[in-house]
Design a protein around this ligand. Structure first.
Ligand SMILES: Cc1ncc(COP(=O)(O)O)c(C=O)c1O
Length: 414
């Protein structure tokens, strides 16, 4: 085959390192790939990298990952396993020992009896969400979710042929969907409601009463409630039970990424009703064969008391970092209409400082090398008013960031 649609053209495209715009026009690129939105923050990060060459390090309040290493016992377990060289496929739903350790953790910390055979270990919450969507959606089926929310969720739904339907939320409901909104948005094609608690980008949570009400509506409408609990163990005002307590028809997606600072290990899990386990297993076998066995065997050590203490220490540092950063930002004109109760984010209304938060983020980066994530990465509703700050860096670094921000604001207001 020759000509623009042929493999020759494809190879040529590869050799000439085309721009994203050129790739978009290439006939071999799928419509879905073309529709997938890039993260705006990537443009910011590449500008920051260029700026760093001449101006020195940036201060990042931007990434969604802890700044810590994995707990030492996890690292030691991985080193042992590497030395032994036993790194092979596991069962598609994960190694028995790890599934037992996860189930045991739910019992010890949430007083929930979850059976290991209800747990599917996955390559991060990302693969978990993808598997769940593939297991429940037919083409055209709809999944409700909040705007703003974690942007990849739209793509997990689209990958399974589904349609993400956004529910506009604001601070009046802690940026969480309400039962009335769910009822109104529900159609004959709706299969599920996806919520996160604590949520990204807001750090806000569903109260137990609100979660119960949402679960009841979804049940009544014949759908399934999917809860993303990847920040469940990073909650600042006491432990919150997993929303699996709402009933055995709820699907929960979780991960080692944030709690144990194991983002790059790519390991998470799904807890699902029994009827979903065989479909999840078939999909996991075919799409992934198994999650990483190195990460799985190391992750068993994440549940040891010493590792839990390390993770609790990380959570306490996030709390201190939040308690420094957010009031300071508020004193500089950022408004935080819903205080984050967990995770490591604050969703800030900067409309008193700018009418375009994306432009504000770019200017802040260019002028003083402080990085924040514009609201347009999380949704469309009023996103130009908002930006997300992450407080994953130590207070000393955040202090330097705030100092630079003050300089920037003084310059722009004079
Ligand atoms: C709400 C939410 N869900 C899922 C993920 C994906 O996490 P993982 O690293 O476990 O794939 C993220 C990552 O930032 C997130 O914020």
């Amino acid at each position: 085959m020759t000509g623009v649609t042929g493999l020759g053209a494809w190879a040529l495209v590869g050799r000439m390192a085309p721009t994203i715009a050129q790739m978009k026009d290439h006939p071999l690129i799928s419509d879905r790939a073309n529709r997938t939105r890039p993260f705006h923050v990537m443009a910011l990060l590449s500008r920051a990298a260029a700026r760093e060459k001449t101006h020195g390090p940036s201060i990042g309040m931007v990434v969604g990952e802890p700044d810590f290493p994995a707990p030492p016992l996890v690292v030691a377990a991985a080193q042992r396993m590497l030395a032994e060289g036993r790194i092979h496929y596991t069962h598609a739903l994960g190694a028995d020992e790890l599934r037992e350790a996860i189930a045991n953790d739910y019992w010890e910390r949430d007083q929930l009896r979850i059976r290991p055979d209800q747990i599917a270990v996955t390559a991060g919450a990302s693969a978990g969400l993808l598997l769940v969507m593939s297991a429940i959606l037919n083409p055209g089926d709809e999944v409700l979710m909040a705007d703003p929310s974690y942007p990849c969720n739209r793509e997990f739904v689209a990958s399974a042929g589904g349609v993400a339907v956004m529910i506009p939320v604001d601070a009046t409901s802690q940026f969480q969907p309400t039962p009335d909104q769910v009822r109104q948005a529900w159609t004959a094609k709706t299969k599920a409601l996806l919520v996160a608690s604590p949520a990204n980008p807001t750090g806000t949570m569903l109260s137990e009463a609100d979660a119960l009400a949402l679960a009841a509506v979804v049940r009544e409408l014949g759908g399934v409630l999917i809860v993303d609990e990847i920040y469940q163990r990073i909650v600042f005002d006491g432990n919150r039970r997993s929303l699996l307590s709402l009933g055995d028809d709820v699907i929960s997606v979780n991960s080692f990424s944030k709690t144990y600072s194991m983002t790059g290990w790519r390991l998470g899990w799904v807890v699902a009703p029994p009827a979903l386990m065989a479909p999840l297993e078939r999909l996991s076998q075919n799409l992934f064969i198994s999650p990483s066995s190195l990460a799985q065997h190391a992750a068993i050590a994440a549940f040891a008391p010493a590792s839990r203490a390390v993770a609790d220490g990380y959570r306490d540092l996030f709390r201190q970092q939040r308690d420094f950063l957010l009031p300071t930002l508020q004193s500089l004109g950022f408004r935080i209409p819903a205080q984050p109760q967990g995770a490591f984010y604050g969703y800030c209304d900067v409309s008193a400082l700018t009418d375009d938060s994306y432009r504000f983020c770019l200017e802040l980066c260019d002028a003083v090398g402080v990085l924040m994530t514009p609201g347009c990465d999380f949704g469309d509703v009023q996103s130009q008013r908002y930006l997300r700050v992450s407080y994953t860096k130590p207070v000393s670094v955040l202090e330097e960031g705030v100092h630079r921000l003050e300089t920037f604001l003084k310059r722009t207001s004079s």
